[in-house]
Ligand binder design. Structure first.
Ligand SMILES: [Zn+2]
Length: 379
């Protein structure tokens, strides 16, 4: 399709492009079993790096693809023909849609540059739509962070643990694009109301997902350390203080400056009542706060261990110290295995575990006696 968009003036056929996009949207709805329309479709069709699902709309790509192609082939085309009528028209359409300055001459052969202006416009429209809703503002800020969409870039391979179940995938898609994922109901554990977005489950104190997520995130870290030639154990004995505090794991060999590594994982909810206001102002605030708390909690170990507070958020953002640690772990994995994408793969694994935990948290609020049909949208 990208070839067709680049090689012909498809932007003259707006209706046909819309038909193509509506087929894509219907397929996406059928595959994910999530209602996608209006503003959620606008977000879903953004690139992953801008908070979308990376399922692009051809109507939006038509002018960037064509304009970039014209620039990339201009010398050859001008040797054959002199007409620039189509180009001028496409440029007008792009300018009307993007409302932006022309890209610098040197970058005009790159489709992404033309596309970026339109993507930014769409992001603006989505943010304006939700400007009075702190929960959606917090969600939109979080999903724009590069680490939050890593699960969408992972190849689904069962033997690598990167294949998400249909249900995990459905919930992850719904949470990311702000689509309704369940019918409103009362949480089976605490009897508090759960709205159509299912957010309550993410912060419910009895949520099943948080325990499983905690242990699976720890297991990914431990296994990565082992692969990076730093054997490590979970729930280490002999590291607790008088208050019985104990980190989630320690390395058995020195990590840096002759000191062993100790780490503790937490995953806080981006849109929980206690976090949502700060999350709506700056992405990652909840994780940053959790990271500070962890650091205070494990201060007693600081003289003996290199402590890494690993704070994640339900919407996929990681705290600064967490990212710093993961970058270093990624580099050591690369050295040990020779795989240059080690850091990327590590982020993907962690991102998937967060989403699996989210899905379990959301689904565990459902009254079991109602059965799935009563509570979930089944297309
Ligand atoms: Zn609850």
């Amino acid at each position: 399709m990208n070839y067709v968009l680049r090689a012909s003036p498809t932007w003259l056929c707006g209706d046909e492009l819309d038909v193509f996009d509506s087929v894509t949207k219907s397929a996406l709805e059928a595959i994910t079993n999530v209602k996608i329309d209006g503003i959620t479709w606008a977000q879903a069709s953004l690139p992953v790096s801008s908070g979308g699902l990376g399922i692009r709309r051809v109507a939006e790509l038509a002018t960037p693809a064509y304009l970039a192609s014209v620039h990339a082939t201009s010398s050859l085309v001008s040797a054959i023909t002199t007409g620039t009528e189509s180009y001028d028209l496409a440029l007008q359409m792009w300018q009307a849609a993007a409302g932006a300055e022309l890209p610098p001459e040197i970058l005009r052969r790159t489709q992404k540059v033309w596309d970026k202006a339109l993507v930014q416009k769409t992001v603006e429209v989505i943010k304006n739509t939700f400007s009075n809703d702190v929960t959606h503002c917090a969600r939109l800020l979080a999903v724009e962070q590069p680490e939050s969409g890593k699960w969408l870039n992972a190849l689904p391979v069962p033997s690598l643990g990167t294949l998400m179940s249909d249900e995990s995938f459905r919930v992850a898609v719904g949470l990311r694009i702000g689509a309704p994922i369940c019918n409103p109901h009362l949480c089976i554990d605490c009897r508090l109301p759960v709205d159509e977005y299912g957010h309550h489950g993410l912060s419910c104190k009895n949520s099943a997902g948080r325990f499983i997520r905690h242990s699976s995130l720890n297991e990914v870290i431990r296994r990565s350390l082992v692969t990076a030639n730093t054997p490590a154990v979970l729930e280490p004995r002999g590291t607790s203080d008088v208050n019985d505090r104990r980190p989630d794991g320690v390395s058995q060999l020195p990590w840096r400056n002759g000191r062993r590594l100790a780490w503790d994982v937490t995953c806080v909810d981006t849109v929980a009542l206690s976090n949502v206001v700060s999350s709506s102002i700056k992405a990652g605030e909840a994780a940053r706060k959790a990271e500070d708390e962890k650091r205070r909690k494990y201060e007693y170990m600081a003289h003996e261990y290199e402590f890494a507070p690993l704070a994640f958020e339900t919407f996929g953002v990681s705290s600064p110290a967490c990212m710093k640690f993961l970058r270093e772990l990624g580099a050591r994995l690369k050295n040990a295995t020779g795989e240059r994408r080690s850091f990327e793969f590590l982020l993907q694994r962690l991102s998937i575990e967060i989403q699996r935990g989210n899905a379990l948290s959301v689904t565990s609020t459902v009254p079991r006696s109602d059965g799935l049909n009563a509570v979930y949208f089944v297309l």
